[in-house]
Design a protein around this ligand. Structure first.
Ligand code: AVI
Length: 321
């Protein structure tokens, strides 16, 4: 049960809270309880995610890198010379290096990421390694409309890069909205997108329930972050990581499950949890090749080549804009 606070105090508190605080408060108040996966990625969460990418059970990262490496020649032929690469949610700018190494004389790289400081530092390192490339970081939320700088004179195609199957973390309507935005931004060029494929549920279950418990720590980090940044008192031992494959919806669902009846306070508000009650923290949608292509058509793209690994675990698509 949500215990109301006096309206004046609630208003003042809401004004003082960060976006994370407001969303956490609203997420705990609604049923079913939920919070956006974007709040996983503070410094500790980003480090845990990097560890997930190295786990033996978590196949997406290494499989995508393998596809990008092995199909680099064909991808480069599709993209053409002098391209301008726009990366959505660029992070540490690591995967793009594989692409840059394969392409013929890429002209400019425009990485977009919400975390401006981290992006600026990563851009500096990239400049040092690719002195011929113009690197122009853009600190912004890439799910919002934004105006890109005008193309450089004589540049080739404008090509979006969206690896890692991050599209799977969006709700279906958000995924369509993002692709529509990208199609408009990249008109005349294309999008290179990495997408995790529907597969044996056992394989998916293992990838999100690793033996070392890193994914569990990643999920629970959300509560640790709430304790550190918001005035919250989650008992991390009082919640368990749960991840399962929802076959009809073609998605992994991650939740935090209350291990017992308990009351948590956040910014002066008290939230009662019954044993077994959950907070939904992430969807990770999986796609068929045909399903992704159909979604891309709906968004205004012309699907082109698709590259996969021999086990068909993961796919990289060229979508003409
Ligand atoms: C970032 N994203 C594509 C990852 C995924 O697989 O959905 C996040 C993740 N969640 C748990 N493990 C990895």
């Amino acid at each position: 049960q949500r215990q109301p606070v006096a309206p004046a105090a609630a208003e003042k508190n809401a004004a003082l809270l960060s976006e994370f605080g407001r969303e956490m408060q609203a997420g705990l108040a609604r049923r079913p309880r939920s919070i956006s996966p974007k709040y996983f990625y503070d410094a500790a969460g980003s480090q845990l995610f990097d560890r997930i990418c190295e786990l033996p059970e978590y196949y997406p990262t290494r499989t995508e890198l393998r596809i990008l490496g092995e199909c680099a020649g064909e991808i480069a032929a599709q993209v053409g010379p002098g391209a301008e690469i726009v990366e959505f949610g660029a992070g540490s700018l690591t995967k793009v290096r594989l692409l840059l190494d394969a392409l013929e004389a890429p002209r400019r790289y425009l990485p977009i990421d919400i975390s401006g400081e981290h992006l600026a530092a990563a851009a500096e390192r990239l400049r040092a390694d690719y002195p011929q490339l113009a690197v122009q970081p853009i600190a912004a939320d890439y799910t919002m409309p934004l105006v890109l700088p005008a193309p450089l004179a004589g540049a080739g195609k404008r090509v979006g890069f969206f690896p890692g199957s991050t599209i799977g973390n969006f709700e279906p309507d958000e995924a369509l909205a993002f692709l529509q935005l990208a199609a408009r931004m990249l008109r005349g060029g294309g999008l290179l997108i990495g997408v995790d494929l529907v597969k044996d549920p056992g394989r998916l279950h293992a990838a999100y329930n690793d033996a070392q418990g890193v994914t569990a720590a990643f999920n629970l980090n959300l509560l640790r972050r709430a304790n550190a940044e918001l005035d919250a008192n989650f008992d991390l031992e009082g919640f368990a990581h749960a991840a399962f494959y929802n076959a009809p919806k073609q998605r992994i669902e991650m939740h935090l499950v209350s291990r017992r009846d308990q009351i948590v306070s956040l910014n002066g508000e008290r939230f009662a949890f019954e044993e077994g009650e959950t907070i939904h923290t992430e969807y990770s949608h999986k796609f068929t090749v045909e399903g992704l292509r159909a979604l891309a058509v709906k968004a205004g793209f012309r699907p082109g080549a698709v590259w996969t690994d021999p086990e068909r675990l993961f796919s990289v698509h060229w979508l003409g804009a």
